[in-house]
Ligand binder design. Structure first.
Ligand code: URA
Length: 212
């Protein structure tokens, strides 16, 4: 599917190959976890592609020169619990000095609203780029709530990174948060009656942690 406005579909062959392996119901928990981490690293490379650079002086063994380094305050990776944790290490592989925020949300079975049970963020969110991570953008309920909460806490420069997105989730997120661009590895057909992405890859949290 073609990516809608505000969405970057990372169609790199390595990402696509690994995503197919993630979809496979026969992929083991161990391999699933490794693949999520690897895809996260590749998505991290793409989402940080336009980070601002500044020049600084550096002394090589041969002479003094000027060379670029990343400008501004350290990035924040905001993981939506629990499946976001599966992507965190992969992101930190590329940006090990990033700060980490956690947003814990569960879905009230009656109202279907997102209920917060944990929220811990670094200081000075307002001055940092905040990259929110969750493998699945399905209905968009958790993602929208997490973005709202992070904005309340001061975040102004936000990006959302997921592995698979449903058109419904993209529309919901872009509708409420048009200022937040999305990066993903795939956009699937839609949602089933239980809110699962189809064809999808199943429950990302369960497959990451071997639960059911
Ligand atoms: N969350 C998941 O883990 N999988 C889906 O398909 C939808 C939401």
């Amino acid at each position: 599917m073609k990516a809608p406005q505000g969405v970057t579909l990372v169609d790199h062959p390595l990402v696509q190959h690994k995503l197919t392996r993630l979809r496979d119901r026969n992929t083991s928990t161990k391999t699933f976890r490794e693949l999520v981490r690897e895809i996260a690293t590749l998505l991290c490379y793409e989402v940080t592609r336009d980070l601002a650079l500044t020049q600084r002086e550096v002394e090589t063994p041969l002479e003094v020169t000027t060379a670029p380094e990343i400008a501004g305050k350290k990035l924040v990776f905001a993981s939506i619990l629990r499946a976001g944790e599966g992507m965190l290490e992969g992101m930190l592989n590329l940006v090990p000095s990033a700060r980490v925020a956690h947003v814990g949300l569960y879905r009230d079975p009656q109202t279907r609203a997102a209920v917060e049970y944990y929220f811990k963020v670094s200081e000075s969110l307002a001055e940092r780029q905040v990259i929110v991570i969750d493998p699945m953008l399905a209905t968009g309920v958790s993602a929208r709530a997490a973005l709202e909460r992070l904005k309340e806490a001061g975040a102004r420069d936000l990006r959302f990174v997921c592995i698979l997105a449903a058109p419904e989730g993209i529309e919901a997120l872009r509708g409420d948060h048009p200022d937040v661009p999305i990066w993903c590895a795939g956009i699937d057909r839609g949602l089933d009656d239980h809110g699962y992405i189809v064809p999808g890859l199943g429950d990302a949290g369960d497959r990451l942690y071997g639960t059911r």
